[in-house]
Design a protein around this ligand. Sequence first.
Ligand code: CP
Length: 308
Amino acid sequence: MSELSVKHLLGIKYLKEQDIQLIFETADNFKEVINRSIKKVPSLRDITIANIFFENSTRTRLSFELAEKRLSADVVNFSASQSSVKKGETLIDTVNNILSMKVDMVVMRHPNPGAGIFLSRHVEASIINAGDGAHEHPTQALLDSYSIREKLGDVAGKNVVIVGDILHSRVALSNIFALKLQGANVKVCGPRTLLPKYIESLGVAVETDLRKALNWCDVANMLRIQNERLDISYFPTTREYTQQFGVNKVLLDSLDKEIVIMHPGPINRGVEITSDVADSKQSIILGQVENGVAIRMAVMYLLASKIK
Ligand code: CP
């Protein structure tokens, strides 16, 4: 397979396993590029990309911008908080105005699930979903699987547990789709109130005992509690959550085997993981961030080849 089966990257749900392998093989080449002394290639010299962010971001936004610049694309950045969205302009009007300036690709983060899908039906540009509410965050899941592949050689057959607030997490949903597509075994672990009722229908097992989940897994992907999305109290106190679902060094060192610790960020240190776990040699958290640039370069390069 030499090209993606999709014109947009709206979610992992729309990808085939071969798409993921193509993205990884392309990212391998770009990872080599970004470790050279001259980190730039002319691949997207004729492409203009708009990064439009209606929600806060550190990693995703910087990573996309850096990836675009490494590919020599022209880049414009749009932040909703400093825009005419504040004056009541709609999403389609906003994006059509940006596109009339001859933009080829839009990277969008939006608080509403399905915002990217909606946009893809109304505009000509190629759309990349950089996180839509509690729905999907496809490039995060791709960089997570790529990091597992890099660390453990393969994703197929690996046991991965996703721990924390599964209910509100776009990272969890995209990771589940990506891991299952590649043949990994997936469990989720967290308070029952933060596990969606449909989760087992995705082929995922539930484990509410953290020690059992960690002793089963090769990789633990630790998610933060998304306080900004919690409309009610899902657990009694943060302290109690940490006691039951937080990973500290004593727990990590007492497991039957050495597991890999991942986290998409931002980390709430001392809540879902302690600092000595986040900074331990078992943690690949900063490796995930590094891989994010190569993965995003690969996604944009492959999508750009489909622009007429
Ligand atoms: N992982 C992630 O999406 O982080 P940001 O919210 O900082 O982009």
